[in-house]
Design a protein around this ligand. Structure first.
Ligand code: SAM
Length: 193
């Protein structure tokens, strides 16, 4: 495969920065600027846009991770370290002062599921929370004691339901920012223990 073909693959198979990416980056950076983390993780980094902004604007070392190998390649092209990983699986315990995730959140009928990387980027399963739920179940393990999670959710995903799932894992939640669009409202939740 040529370099050009590789580049086309990366563009069509990797989620590119959109309103949700900008909202997550803006909210997390504003919150982190007072006390920048020394080490942060962006789960599901996609193009690496959010990770790069957090690194550039807070001075933190930010690691990106993604299930999608094309996303890891595109993130590394930006000069951001990237690890291919399923959620938090390979990471050491208690090391990240901030973890960010713009999760796949769209409720999707199983009959409409496609077998491609864009589906992995967008689909949150039938209730929209099929990736968020295991993330919430495991993110506490990798967080440093005073660490915080920045999670982008949508009214389509059920913000109250996500807050309840987080509470069951020992987190309290505050909404840092909201932005409304014709079919959904996006919210950035900050979760702390
Ligand atoms: C909505 S996109 C967000 C991309 C990027 N962070 C942004 O805001 O522009 C969700 C990303 O999560 C990744 N993802 C989905 N399931 C994952 C999993 N189990 N572990 C790691 N990454 C995952 C997808 O490949 C995709 O890149």
């Amino acid at each position: 495969m040529t370099d050009l073909a590789d580049r086309r693959d990366a563009e069509t198979e990797v989620y590119q920065p959109a309103e949700d990416s900008h909202l997550l980056a803006d909210a997390a950076i504003a919150d982190l600027q007072a006390h920048p983390p020394s080490l942060a993780l962006e789960v599901g980094t996609g193009s690496g846009y959010v990770a790069q902004r957090v690194a550039d604007e807070t001075g933190a070392r930010v690691l990106g991770s993604d299930l999608n190998p094309h996303a890891c390649a595109q993130t590394r092209e930006r000069g951001v370290e990237a690890v291919r990983a399923d959620l938090l699986e390979p990471f050491r315990s208690g090391v990240f002062e901030a973890v960010l995730f713009n999760a796949p959140y769209l409720p999707t009928d199983p009959d409409d599921e496609r077998d491609d990387w864009m589906e992995v980027a967008l689909s949150g399963g039938e209730d929209g929370r099929e990736v968020i739920e295991p993330f919430l179940g495991s993110v506490g393990r990798v967080l440093a004691p005073e660490g915080a999670v920045y999670l982008l959710v949508s009214s389509l995903t059920g913000v109250d339901e996500v807050v309840e799932l987080a509470a069951a894992e020992g987190f309290s939640a505050v909404a840092l920012r909201d932005e409304s669009f014709p079919f959904e409202t996006l919210t950035v939740l900050k979760l702390v223990r």
